[in-house]
Write a protein of this length. Sequence first.
Length: 302
Amino acid sequence: MSELASTASALASASEPDVSATIARLRVYPVKSLGGLELDSAVLQTTGLQWDRHWMVVDAEGVFVSQRELARMALVQPQLRESTLALQAPGMAALELPLQAQGALCNVEVWDDAVTALDMGDVAAAWLQESLGSAGLRLVRFDPSAQRACSRKWTQGLAAHTQFSDGYPVLVCTSAAMEDLNARLAAQGHAAVGVERFRPNIVLDGALAHDEDHWSAMEVLDAHHSLLAGLRLVKPCARCPIPDIDPASAVSHPAVGDTLRAYRQDARVNGAITFGMNAIVTQGAGALLRVGQRVQADYAFD
């Protein structure tokens, strides 16, 4: 091989990514802590996938409510129609709201953040209270004129925003991580669980279990292998008891959390159990992500 050819080959090898994977699943959760939707495609916005955590259930004081307090929220299933959000719950007629519904401005709290939101009215509130069996609940929509900043402690100083997610626009995990968890559950005599318990937005095939822990960034490529979107993986996703809740029955069992505790305690978040990585959007806002698109990443070990 000539010196020129050798140099070209070396440069080509150097440019090859450490990891090549594909988007296996795309999921959105229109109302925080209610059921999720599996999509073939989704528009990527700076605040995450379109309509993801765009609505939220709050109590009478405006503080967000989740499956931690009301496991029955897992049974409420959303549908995104052409111009409406529909919510369905066992034994209830569906609730339908315009996607662009307006409402009275109100102040709400999600974790340590106070933001403005639009109240979806008394009919939606009554529907939630009946379907979830809890007084005082109301449904709010993220105020399109508001901004909720992500913690710069984890974004390395980069400005990023989200809506009603726990703190970051996109949650990424791998199919292999679920296979590993289910193998561990099976070894203990427990049934397999689905990835929906972990509420990710992007699930990847072709990467090792928890490989995303070691990426600083990942790129989504289009059909021509050109850069379509870029995400920076910024914070391990610390887990609460929600993955223990069966989304089909709203019954909680500690098997998932107990199993993860044996191998997923993460020093980066003070020993909390982690599963998946939170990401911010650095390029490609407005791009259409699709199942089957190629993703590439490089390792960034400290």
